[in-house]
Design a protein around this ligand. Structure first.
Ligand SMILES: NC(=O)c1ccc[n+]([C@@H]2O[C@H](COP(=O)([O-])OP(=O)(O)OC[C@H]3O[C@@H](n4cnc5c(N)ncnc54)[C@H](OP(=O)(O)O)[C@@H]3O)[C@@H](O)[C@H]2O)c1
Length: 139
């Protein structure tokens, strides 16, 4: 079960990637710049994990549509962590809210949660089948 983690180069994101890999899940994570992929692998090595083929990267930016569908392809779950997190207080709240809100739609776009949202449904409805499937796979 490949898990998509958006923003794997970030503080929270790389911890999510680390814990998922340690739990045995293949992970794909998004980065804005290809150069950050090596930095993510280096951070994981520092934490004692050689990710190898268990970790793959996709390139996507929350402010653009490109790359999100490919990033989500084949992933059953998404941890959407990527978000602008500026070190200074933004001049206007929309500097944070707009990319975070629109980015959440893009980050979830290729997933079942995104599909439920597009249909006008409640994304929480996606939880129960996931739980049922998880219970089934543990048997
Ligand atoms: N740190 C905390 O203690 C904490 C606590 C509670 C909640 N949070 C929330 O968790 C989220 C992440 O926080 P963090 O501390 O991990 O921040 P961070 O270290 O700054 O990481 C942010 C991540 O989002 C990515 N990102 C930012 N803007 C992007 C864009 N336009 N397109 C694609 N990716 C983008 C960054 O990519 P680059 O590497 O390319 O910049 C990075 O991977 C934020 O929403 C924050 O409010 C954080």
């Amino acid at each position: 079960m490949t898990v998509l983690v958006t923003g794997g180069s970030g503080f929270v994101g790389v911890h999510c990637v680390l814990r998922l890999l340690q739990a045995g899940h293949p992970v794909r994570t998004t980065v804005r710049s290809p150069a950050r992929a090596q930095e993510v692998r280096a951070m994981l090595r520092t934490a004692g994990v050689q990710a190898g083929d268990a970790l793959s990267f996709a390139h996507a930016d929350l402010t653009a549509d490109d790359g999100w569908a490919d990033a989500a392809k084949g992933c059953e779950h998404v941890l959407h962590v990527a978000s602008p997190f500026p070190s200074r207080v933004p001049g206007h709240e929309d500097e944070l809210i707009v990319p975070a809100r629109d980015g959440t739609r893009k980050g979830a776009a290729g997933t079942r949660v995104g599909a439920a949202v597009r249909r006008g449904g409640d994304p929480r409805q996606c939880r129960e089948p996931d739980r049922a499937r998880a219970r089934e796979s543990r048997r």
